[in-house]
Design a protein around this ligand. Structure first.
Ligand code: FDM
Ligand code: MG
Length: 215
């Protein structure tokens, strides 16, 4: 079935360092879209509910150890395993608001600075996945994110590591990214995100083709 107004749904991606407000904005955006008659769902990566996702969850909670390349491939596989459903949802007119994707995958693994696991290698495992129609990057210095609730106990929630992650996001950054200053109020950010998303929804509804990474 096609969406009520015809055409495909949009893939809206939120990226940014830990504690920048991604999850809050994702939830608000899905509600905002739904209340404007745009059918939207919230997805997140890693999706910890699948068999692969459970392996990733154990790793992030330091219950298990894994080779750095191996866990990178699992994060990537966790996106590939959901590709078919993603394509079906978008084709049926549903807009997907997604909290992290392959950009997190590359920014985090490359932050480990292991030989061979450079940006290009990290990107390569996601090449061919559906590309976002709009990428909203919530920009915030690591110092500012530290003033927020503070990190939890997961594996990557360390100040120095987050600094490297932010540097990698800067290296991945493209002109098409919609960069928002994450230190603004929740309401201000939401207003901008909603404007960006409604623009993408309209473009997709009227025939914009879905791209693939890493265009
Ligand atoms: N993360 C997330 C990765 O290292 N690679 C990936 O491909 C993705 C999607 O997992 F530290 C990291 C980012 C974060 C951790 O993410 C869990 P959430 O958003 O905190 O659940
Ligand atoms: Mg986290």
């Amino acid at each position: 079935s096609q969406g009520a107004m015809g055409g495909r749904g949009a893939f809206i991606l939120f990226e940014g360092a830990d504690r920048c407000g991604k999850s809050t904005q994702c939830k608000l955006l899905v509600d905002g879209l739904n209340s404007r008659g745009v059918e939207a769902e919230l997805w997140r990566y890693p999706d910890r509910t699948t068999a692969i996702g459970k392996m990733i969850d154990g790793y992030l909670q330091s219950q298990t150890d894994m080779d750095d390349a191996c866990v990178h491939l699992l994060f990537s596989a966790n996106r590939w395993e959901k590709r078919k459903l993603m394509l079906e949802k978008l084709a049926s007119g549903v807009t997907l608001v997604i909290d992290r994707y392959g950009h997190s995958g590359t920014a985090f693994t490359a932050a480990k600075k292991q030989p061979g696991l450079d940006l290009e290698w990290c990107k390569s495992t996601d090449a061919g996945l559906p590309a976002p129609d709009a990428l909203i990057y919530l920009e915030m210095p690591v110092e500012e994110t530290l003033k927020r609730d503070g990190f939890g106990g997961e594996r990557y929630e360390k100040t120095e590591f987050q600094r490297e992650v932010v540097k990698n996001y800067e290296l991945l950054r493209r002109d098409a990214w919609k960069c928002l200053d994450a230190s603004r109020t929740i309401e201000d950010l939401h207003a901008d995100a909603l404007k960006i998303a409604m623009g993408a929804v309209e473009e997709c509804r009227t025939g914009k083709p879905l791209g693939t990474l890493w265009e």
